[in-house]
Design a protein around this ligand. Structure first.
Ligand SMILES: O=C(O)c1ccccc1N[C@@H]1O[C@H](COP(=O)(O)O)[C@@H](O)[C@H]1O
Length: 228
């Protein structure tokens, strides 16, 4: 996984048509949430494997997972053929360390789920696990549903900006990003990468080409500004 600057990830790929739409528009990282605690994955593992095997660098398939056992994460990544994993669950520091030792080849993203009052906790987590990850990713907690991902909700961007300043590793910003707010988010938080799911969907629940196009152009404009 080379050249990770200003990566744009699209999460929640549900089929090949959606993956091809994103890739054709220039998206490089595709996120596949699988074996979710709800038991309701939007894509079969077989279909995800078939899409992932056709990706070539700098394209990458990213497993989005709530697994908290290093061996299990590693085994599932191998089955899927992914080179990157986004750890969204409450995995312990010990298991993070174990995963890093087990799979130095795997690009590991650790989520930082921003709540109303947990900024200090997240800053401590950054200090504790930074040496075992390649990148952090923010997300938003929805207190109404208890969901920690794909909420479509933004969070306090001051917290995200503080996490960027604190982290020795790059940070991907996610949580409620869409074509209309992504440029402001990048200018304010200065992340290394961004990611969106629900903000790119049309009324039919599928990724909307015009939204994906605008998201990319707005993001690229803002990345160019912060890198100038
Ligand atoms: O994408 C999903 O379906 C998903 C499911 C469970 C956990 C995380 C998930 N994706 C992550 O959700 C955020 C962004 O979502 P949104 O833009 O707010 O809808 C991002 O981290 C995705 O990678």
């Amino acid at each position: 996984m080379n050249n990770i600057t200003n990566i744009i990830q699209v999460a929640g790929i549900i089929d090949r048509e959606e993956a091809e739409l994103c890739l054709a528009e220039g998206i490089e990282w595709l996120g596949f949430p699988l074996r979710l605690p709800s038991g309701k994955d939007d894509i079969t593992e077989g279909d995800a494997i078939s899409i992932i095997k056709d990706l070539s660098e700098p394209q990458a398939g990213v497993l989005i997972s709530y697994m908290i056992d290093a061996d299990e994460v590693s085994g599932f990544c191998s089955e899927l053929g992914v080179k990157a994993v986004q750890l969204h669950g409450d995995i312990s520091v010990a298991e993070m360390k174990k995963l890093r030792a087990l799979r130095p080849d795997l690009y590991i993203l650790k989520s930082l789920v921003v709540k109303e009052d947990n900024a200090d906790e997240l800053l401590t987590l950054v200090d504790e696990v930074a040496e075992y990850v390649d990148m952090f990713i923010t997300d938003t907690f929805d207190p109404k549903t208890g969901a920690k991902g794909a909420t479509g909700l933004t969070h306090n961007w001051d917290v995200s900006a503080e996490l960027v300043r604190r982290s020795p590793k790059p940070l991907m910003m996610a949580g409620g990003l869409n074509p209309d707010n992504v440029a402001d988010a990048i200018r304010k938080v200065k992340p290394a990468a961004i990611d969106a799911h629900t903000g790119l969907e049309g009324a039919n629940g599928r990724k909307d080409r015009a939204k994906v196009q605008k998201f990319i152009s707005e993001a690229q404009k803002a990345f160019a500004e912060i890198n100038a």
